[in-house]
Design a protein around this ligand. Structure first.
Ligand SMILES: Nc1ncnc2c1ncn2[C@@H]1O[C@H](COP(=O)(O)OP(=O)(O)OP(=O)(O)O)[C@@H](O)[C@H]1O
Ligand SMILES: [Mg+2]
Length: 286
């Protein structure tokens, strides 16, 4: 990871994302190799490194019975910041996340999205240079997710290097300067979204219903330009495509050619996890 970048660490469930983060930040033993953050060896200078980094675990480490503000002060103390500096930082970070009005509310009373933002705020209260986040947007709705993306981008612009894990291709590509794809504990590929874009060019799934009957999936797959895969789903066919215009045109002319009608034709967002599992050579058994 380079200074100043947003580095996305993309992998399916169980790939080893959390384990990697824990090793990078000195919470888990490093079995081989070495981690350096800002030129400090993490396993040898744990205390020093703690002050330079903020860590947002996948499950919040905040206290449900403490208020937001108390949680921030507590977190500041854990990172070695006390007194008036801690109070000033806590106020600043609350305002950065627009959480001032929740200041005195207990953590447990917050919504999931707010809990996540406060957990991130707590990891920033000592002004770290590097922020590690483990699946920061998982379980958030699309509005909270986008808000969080914007906030992470803004933090990065202010000079914080960001490492985040995700299982969502779009998220990784959308906000990262570089992405590493991890599977089964190994990095499969690293590159900028542009570089990886060629390998990950899959964008969407179209759901199609034909009448009076659906054609043989493989025949459909062969006949549509840009179709990458096809599968049956609830009486319809799902076509995985990399270019929606080509594919939609292709489906329409295919139906005409076969004398079939189209009862349903709509674009679905691809299941990112499945798509990239496919790209890295895995299969999901249905
Ligand atoms: N490099 C590795 N070699 C062997 N086993 C590993 C490696 N990294 C992680 N594991 C093991 O794989 C399992 C899953 O790892 P981990 O929890 O880090 O995955 P994850 O990517 O965070 O998954 P999730 O998306 O479910 O959070 C754990 O039991 C862990 O000990
Ligand atoms: Mg994990």
């Amino acid at each position: 990871m380079k200074k100043g970048e947003i580095f996305g660490f993309l992998g399916p469930n169980g790939a080893g994302k959390t384990t990697t983060v824990r090793m990078l930040v000195g919470l888990a033993e490093i079995t081989s190799g070495k981690v350096e953050i800002c030129k400090y060896d993490v396993s040898k200078n744990r205390k020093h490194v703690q002050r330079l980094i903020g860590v947002v675990p996948d499950i919040s480490n905040l206290y449900s019975e403490l208020t937001c503000y108390q949680n921030l002060l507590f977190s500041a103390k854990m990172y070695g910041v006390k007194g008036s500096i801690a109070r000033k930082n806590a106020e600043e970070i609350l305002s950065f996340f627009g959480l001032e009005r929740y200041r005195d509310m207990k953590f447990k009373a917050l919504s999931k999205g707010l809990k996540r933002r406060l957990t991130i705020a707590a990891a920033l209260v000592h002004n770290p240079r590097v922020l590690f986040l483990d699946e920061p947007t998982s379980g958030l709705d699309i509005i909270s997710r986008r808000l969080l993306w914007d906030e992470l981008i803004e933090l990065n612009k202010r000079g914080i290097t960001i490492f985040l894990t995700t299982h969502n291709i779009y998220e990784a590509f959308n906000i990262s300067h570089r992405v590493a794809v991890i599977n089964k504990g190994k990095i499969v590929v690293v590159g900028t979204p542009q570089e990886l874009g060629r390998k990950f060019s899959v964008k969407e799934v179209i759901e199609i219903g034909f009448y009076p009957y659906n054609p043989e999936p493989r025949d459909l797959l062969r006949s549509i330009k840009g179709a990458l895969d096809v599968r049956r789903s609830n009486g319809y066919l799902e076509l995985i495509i990399d270019n929606e215009v080509d594919a939609l045109e292709g489906v329409v002319s295919y139906a005409k050619h076969k004398g079939l009608g189209i009862s349903l034709l709509r674009l679905k967002e691809a299941d990112a996890e499945e798509v990239f599992l496919k790209i890295i050579g895995e299969r999901i058994d249905r």
